[in-house]
Design a protein around this ligand. Structure first.
Ligand SMILES: [Zn+2]
Length: 557
């Protein structure tokens, strides 16, 4: 027996070594990631931190509440991508290095001269502020330490900081920069704040509660009134945070491991989370609890539709031990080796029998269709993470689909019949009294209005017939321009701003839009010079295709 096995085993080992060489398994290609700023790094966000609908893909490095700090490339290479957008990373520069990694710098206020010139040329070519360009290997070379940009607060940023990422160039998977010698001191241990125990069998309970129980963590255990008794299979959830030296921000935990009677049943690691999996965060956290209480508990058991690869489980983290007493231990670790843990006892009993499921269910791994004369609904396969009760309310002028406490991985499609075409018509998510809370991008096909939604709720037809607002902040028509920048405030009441443009004497002018400040601005330097009065036109269009224009004249000698 042994003799016949050994060669196979040896072959397998050789094969694995050979494969790991090819795929670069288990070992990072070496990369000493330096500090892109001149100030000592302090983090307002770390890698893998739990954010709305995604894991944070990099580090948020503090800039002392200021904008305009020099941003240096941490390694030589070439600028491989420049993405400018009113949303997301705002102004972002990607630098590809010969070592197999690409670093990303986001929310920038401005780019260095040569990168800015390159970008502006393309913005004028495409007549668009938002651009996504991929310069060639020989276009924009940079050397380690070069100033490539200036820090800012552009895009979806909630305050001045630098968003910094390290990605594998080949796969574009963002890695945890702290695993690459990033110069940051961390002597603080991660904090476990609370533990939740959830019944996973229908009819199960935790100390009498069929929805589960939450317990505050103490120094090394959890606080509960008396023994924790469990009936039926169960799962564990954890909430907490970590922080590093030099900052009081509550950041994410790098690693969480959970054990039952010293057998590991779940492990979460904040590294190598591909963007294509990032939204599965909504399956990892107890979304309903988060929706109601704004605290994120990480489930240490897997919902069927959760494909995240940075979490591993034994039996999907579903705990089904022998009847009797058991010890649960949860440990949280950071990259620097600091850790904290809680341990507690539970008294488990198998459930005698599970009650029958009486409600109609929507299967997570199948398509679901609903149709009446007035409404049609399609929930695609894989849109939800587990089976959900088919709670659909077909009202006279609305359709209610489940509720917004249930997360969606993919969009659902809603069709509402509307025989007469009306101006500004759109499908919106509405309140119980029919008030629109969110307009959806809507199209018409024959008698049907069609829209996709990434959240459940109540949907109905709304109308946006109101033009966006354009208000001058420092532009006075007929006057000589005296400021470096011309600023307008632009807003829309419901559907949101779809596009904008600024024309001077009918020529397109580069203007910048910052939605969080409702600010549209452009530089006086970009306007044509003349002692004569020239024409200015600002046009803003909303999603319901209402067009607003502002016209005036200026003198720019
Ligand atoms: Zn960030």
């Amino acid at each position: 027996m042994t003799r016949s096995r050994t060669p196979k085993k040896t072959l397998l080992i050789f094969f694995l070594i050979w494969m790991s060489g090819i795929l670069g398994w288990s070992q990072n290609k070496p990369f000493d990631v330096g500090n892109p700023l001149e100030v000592a790094p302090a983090l307002s966000g770390n890698y893998g931190e739990l954010r709305p609908n995604h894991f944070h893909g990099g580090l948020d490095i503090k800039t002392g509440g200021q904008e305009g700090l020099n941003v240096h490339t941490v390694e030589s290479g070439y600028v491989s991508r420049i993405k400018i957008s009113p949303y997301g990373y705002g102004k972002a520069v990607y630098v590809t290095h010969p070592n197999g990694y690409t670093t990303v710098y986001g929310h920038l206020r401005a780019l260095n001269d040569s990168i800015a010139r390159y970008t502006k040329r393309i913005q004028y070519e495409q007549k668009s502020f938002a651009v996504d360009v991929y310069p060639g290997e020989n276009d924009l070379h940079v050397l380690k330490g070069d100033i490539i940009a200036f820090s800012g607060n552009t895009g979806g940023s909630g305050g001045p900081h630098l968003h910094f990422e390290v990605r594998e160039t080949e796969t574009e998977v963002p890695r945890n920069p702290l695993l690459f010698q990033f110069p940051l001191n961390d002597s603080k241990r991660p904090i476990i704040e609370s533990v939740a125990i959830k019944p996973l069998d229908r009819g199960g309970n935790i100390s009498g509660s069929t929805t589960g129980r939450h317990y505050r963590a103490t120094a090394n255990s959890i606080s509960s009134n008396g023994a924790i008794t469990i009936e039926g299979d169960f799962g564990i959830e954890v909430s907490g945070y970590d922080h590093q030296d030099g900052s009081g921000n509550k950041n994410g935990i790098y690693k969480i491991e959970a054990f039952i009677d010293e057998q590991r049943f779940a492990a979460f690691t904040a590294d190598s989370i591909p963007f294509s999996q990032s939204r599965f965060l909504n399956a990892l956290i107890d979304y309903e609890y988060y929706y109601q209480k704004h605290v994120r508990f990480i489930r240490l058991y897997r919902l069927p539709g959760n494909i995240l690869e940075n979490v591993t489980y034994k039996q999907n983290g579903r705990l089904s031990p022998e009847d009797g007493g058991h010890t649960i231990r949860v440990i949280a670790k950071d990259v620097s080796g600091n850790s904290s843990e809680v341990e507690f006892e539970v008294d488990f009993k198998k459930l005698a029998d599970t009650p029958e499921q009486k409600q109609e269910m929507i299967r997570w791994n199948g398509d679901y269709y609903f149709e009446t004369d007035e409404h049609q609904l399609h929930i695609p396969k894989g849109a939800i993470y587990r089976d959900e009760a088919a709670n659909i309310l077909d009202g006279e002028d609305f359709i209610e689909v489940l509720n917004s406490r249930i997360p969606l991985q993919k969009s659902i499609q809603i069709k509402i019949k509307s025989t007469i075409e009306q101006e500004g018509e759109l499908i919106a998510r509405v309140t119980k009294d029919g008030r629109p809370i969110r307009a959806l991008q809507t199209r018409r096909e024959g008698e049907w209005l069609i829209a996709e939604s990434r959240s459940f709720g109540r949907f109905g037809i709304s109308h946006d017939q109101t033009k966006p607002q354009i208000k001058s902040v420092n532009f006075r028509s007929g006057s000589r321009l005296s400021t470096r920048e011309v600023v307008f405030q632009i807003k829309d009441n419901l559907s949101g701003i779809e596009s904008f443009r600024v024309l001077a004497n009918n020529q397109w002018i580069l203007a910048e839009y910052d939605p969080k400040r409702a600010r549209l601005s452009f530089f006086t330097d970009d306007l044509p010079k003349s002692p004569e009065a020239q024409e200015l036109m600002v046009e803003v269009i909303d999603m319901a295709r209402n067009v607003a224009t502002f016209e005036g004249t200026f003198i720019n000698p």
